[in-house]
Design a binder for this molecule. Structure first.
Ligand SMILES: CC(C)(COP(=O)(O)OP(=O)(O)OC[C@H]1O[C@@H](n2cnc3c(N)ncnc32)[C@H](O)[C@@H]1OP(=O)(O)O)[C@@H](O)C(=O)NCCC(=O)NCCS
Length: 164
């Protein structure tokens, strides 16, 4: 597929070794693939090794079945200095009926690192199409929400100091 440098797609056949005890695909198998896709998309875009900083909104609202073809559509949505938000849309296709279902969308924050594992500068994404601009704006909101959440968790963790 002829995708721009900030996008990547991977299709995987769900094989029986990925099944859980219910016979559907194990959530952990999908999480591993998601991380690999996020890694591939971010590292190729940045031309650097990357590390996973965070994962948001992985919701398995429908089971994925053994025998389905699962496609991961990944895109760099936003860039900071060294961090990138990678959005991944997951669709599952029943091979015989060709029915395609959108089973998950999630967001990874990946950080480019240099040879000393220190954060490295990434090329600034230039959102061009209306979709790219929408993704950039939404990613910025998510980044702010993550920072707010991190601050609030920090407050909850701090012991209460009695000033009396
Ligand atoms: C990711 C990592 C390299 C960041 O290191 P750091 O010393 O915090 O570096 P910086 O402070 O320069 O932050 C780098 C980027 O991460 C972001 N970041 C770091 N900590 C963050 C946090 N708690 N929440 C949100 N963003 C954060 C910064 O905003 C910065 O983004 P920017 O460069 O686009 O502005 C470091 O935390 C790390 O190595 N983590 C482990 C990653 C890993 O091993 N993942 C696999 C787990 S099995």
């Amino acid at each position: 597929m002829n995708l721009p440098a900030h996008q990547l797609s991977m299709t995987v056949l769900m094989s029986p070794d990925m099944a859980n005890f219910s016979g559907n695909v194990h959530g952990g198998a999908i999480l591993k693939l998601l991380d690999q896709v996020a890694y591939a998309c971010a590292s190729r875009y940045a031309s650097h090794y990357v590390v996973t900083l965070s994962v948001d909104q992985v919701m398995f609202l429908q089971p994925i079945h053994v025998g389905e073809l699962v496609t991961f559509l990944a895109s760099v949505n936003h860039t900071g200095n060294s961090s990138m938000e990678i959005g991944i849309k997951v669709v599952a296709e029943d091979i015989r009926s060709q029915v395609v279902r959108h089973v998950n969308s999630c967001f990874f924050t990946m950080v480019a690192v240099d040879d000393d594992r220190k954060p490295a500068k990434v090329p600034t994404l230039r959102p061009f199409s209306p979709d790219e601009k929408r993704r950039w704006d939404a990613a910025l909101v998510r980044k702010q929400v993550r920072q707010e959440l991190a601050q609030r968790y920090q407050q909850v963790r701090q012991p209460v100091v009695d000033e009396a």
